[in-house]
Design a protein around this ligand. Sequence first.
Ligand code: NCD
Ligand code: ZN
Length: 346
Amino acid sequence: MTSELTIKKPDDWHVHFRDGAMMQAVLPDTSAHFGRALVMPNLVPPVVTMKDAEAYRQRITASIPKGSSFKPLMTLYLTQDTDPDDVAAAFSAGLITAVKLYPAGATTNSDSGVRDVSKVTAVLERMAEIGLPLCVHGEVTDADVDIFDREAVFIDKVLDPLRQRTPGLRVIMEHVTTEDGVKYVQSAAKDLAATITTHHLMINRNHIFQGGIRPHYYCLPIAKREKHRLALRQAAVSGDSRFFLGTDSAPHVDGAKESACGCAGVYNAPNTLACLAHVFEEEGALDKLEAFVSLNGASYYGLSVSEEMITLKKQPTPVTTDAKLSTAEGEVTVFNPMCDVHWCVV
Ligand code: NCD
Ligand code: ZN
């Protein structure tokens, strides 16, 4: 039985740092375990231009704990007014790693997102030309589409036509939550990949309503039926290089979650790797953990793998993680996997 695992330092391919006091509070959690993270641009107002991304990177860099080699990888928030030249300039300057498509209204701070994808064709074509990947929040926002069907409908109605219209565009379906999403990625050529979050490997939609409504399990895309969670697990542990970790760690203060209209987002940065070791062990696939957290993403983005290593150890008794993170804005609840986790990063 494996009780110790040393792997290349992981990367997080989808994380929300926010800004200001919240950013300062959450950065140490991500930079403790991850070498790099692809930072989501859904601030208010969003990170839209090269200038915005430069300023945001500067603010992040200034807050990284001393002595840490952590590197933020920046993204731009695609809008219908995005200038292809600005995007290309940001990419050739080495400032951005991806552009992020949020359908307008799909999730937290997405009001400036794209209403009509046909309006961003010029940017997407330019991205295909220069080899800049597009990260997609894959949900339709039509009020008449059931919230549990939004990902599957997005694939048929938006993503597949978009990919056919823009040959050569490298796409990442972020935080994939359905069997449909997994199958779609598996059926595609090498220009499509997907990130999977920690929580979607551990909870299904029942957890959100277990004994009452549990706002800390509410995120978008929302957790789906058990069969979908199992499909995600199979994809994550398969070693298939098109699937990799994007935690979607998304802090909101408790007051904003425990509310009559609570925000979507799960804060899992502190215990993600411990939880993933637990999941991969349950699946008898600890030997595939490194591919999922440290190798596949770097390879899809054409970046080198970390030279640093981290070690995970299995402890004889369950490991406890702080249930809350204190921030100057208030407390943030940490993801509770609702099971004993014996692994920790040492
Ligand atoms: C994210 C957030 O809070 O910014 N929330 C979430 O539930 N995942 C937005 C997102 O990535 O969809
Ligand atoms: Zn997100």
